[in-house]
Design a protein around this ligand. Structure first.
Ligand SMILES: [Zn+2]
Length: 290
C-alpha cells in the first residue's frame, strides 16, 4: 500500500512537472546579424536590437526581467564592451522588463517623454531604477558606433510614447510595436494608441527606408519593406471595412462577430493568441468610432 502511494505520488509529481515544463518552455535567446555591427535578438517579448562598436554597446528594448541574464550572455558573444545606452521603444513590460537589472549595471535608459510618464505612474509601482533618465519629445540623434541613429516619436500609434529607430549606415529600422510582422497588431487604446495614428506611423517609417532595409519588428520575424507595406495595406483594408460597418450603424458586437471583415488576413494566419481576429475587429471599431 505504502509503495503504491509513493508510486502514485511520484507519478503525479512527474505529470505536474511535465505540465509545468509545457506551459513555461525554456526561452532561448537567438541572435541574427543584420549588418556589420547591428543584430536582432529574439526570445520572449519584444524583439531586441543591439548595436556594437569599439567602445560601447547600444541596445533597444530588453524583454522581461527574468531573461536579463540570458540576454546579457547572448550580447557577450557579440562584444565584450559595456552596454552604454538602452532605448525603450514604448512602456510595455515585454519591452522594458529588464530596465531595473540593466540600470543597476550602469546602463543609461532613454525613452520618449510619455514612456517616463506611464512607467512612473503605473501600478504596481515601477522601481525608480527602471525609469528612463533621458527623455525626448519629438526626435533624437545618437552618434554612436559609427552610426547617426535617428530616433523619432510617432503620435498615438501603438501607445502615446512610441519611438522608432533608423540606423542609416547599417540600413536597419527598429519599428517598436508599430509593426507586427505577419500578425495582427496590438493597438493599446488605453495607453493612447489609435488606428489612425498607427497607420500614420507606418507611413512615416516607410518614407525612410528602401527595398534593402532590414526591419526589426516589435514582434514577429525579421522583416523587409515589402512586408511592412503589406502590413500597411492590411491596416487600411480593415479600416475601410470597419468604417463601412459603422456607416451602416452596426454595433461593436456586430462588428466583432462579423468575420468577413478580416477574412483575407485570417486566412493568411494573422490571428494569434493575444490578438485574434475578433479582438482586432473590436479594437478597430472602438478606435474608429471615437
Ligand atoms: Zn507593446
Amino acid at each position: 500500500m505504502k509503495t503504491c502511494k509513493s508510486i502514485c505520488f511520484l507519478y503525479m509529481l512527474f505529470f505536474a512537472f511535465a505540465n509545468y515544463a509545457q506551459e513555461t518552455p525554456e526561452v532561448v535567446i537567438e541572435t541574427q546579424q543584420l549588418s556589420n555591427n547591428v543584430y536582432m535578438l529574439t526570445g520572449q517579448g519584444g524583439n531586441i536590437g543591439v548595436c556594437v562598436g569599439d567602445k560601447a554597446i547600444f541596445m533597444i528594448d530588453d524583454q522581461y526581467a527574468r531573461l536579463t541574464p540570458k540576454i546579457l550572455d547572448a550580447i557577450k558573444t557579440l562584444s565584450d564592451k559595456p552596454i552604454q545606452f538602452l532605448i525603450n521603444t514604448h512602456w510595455h513590460g515585454d519591452h522594458t522588463g529588464g530596465n531595473e537589472n540593466l540600470a543597476k549595471q550602469g546602463v543609461k535608459i532613454i525613452a520618449q517623454d510619455n514612456v517616463y510618464k506611464r512607467l512612473s505612474e503605473s501600478t504596481p509601482e515601477t522601481p525608480k531604477e527602471a525609469l528612463p533618465i533621458i527623455t525626448f519629445n519629438d526626435k533624437l540623434h545618437i552618434h554612436i558606433n559609427g552610426e547617426d541613429v535617428l530616433v523619432f516619436h510617432v503620435d498615438n500609434a501603438h501607445t502615446d510614447g512610441d519611438a522608432l529607430l533608423y540606423f542609416p549606415e547599417s540600413n536597419v529600422l527598429h519599428t517598436g510595436d508599430t509593426f507586427f510582422n505577419e500578425l495582427y497588431p496590438y493597438i493599446d487604446l488605453d495607453s493612447g494608441g489609435s488606428v489612425n495614428g498607427y497607420i500614420e506611423a507606418v507611413k512615416k517609417a516607410l518614407i525612410l527606408i528602401d527595398d534593402d532595409t532590414k526591419i526589426i519588428p516589435g514582434h514577429g520575424k525579421l522583416g523587409n519593406k515589402k512586408q511592412y507595406q503589406f502590413f500597411l495595406s492590411m491596416l487600411e483594408d480593415l479600416k475601410t471595412n470597419v468604417l463601412a460597418e459603422i456607416e451602416l450603424g452596426k454595433t461593436e458586437d456586430e462588428v466583432a462577430n462579423n468575420s468577413n471583415i478580416t477574412k483575407t488576413y485570417d486566412d493568411l494566419g494573422y490571428s494569434w493568441a493575444f490578438i485574434n481576429s475578433e479582438k482586432i475587429r473590436r479594437t478597430f471599431y472602438k478606435s474608429l468610432k471615437q
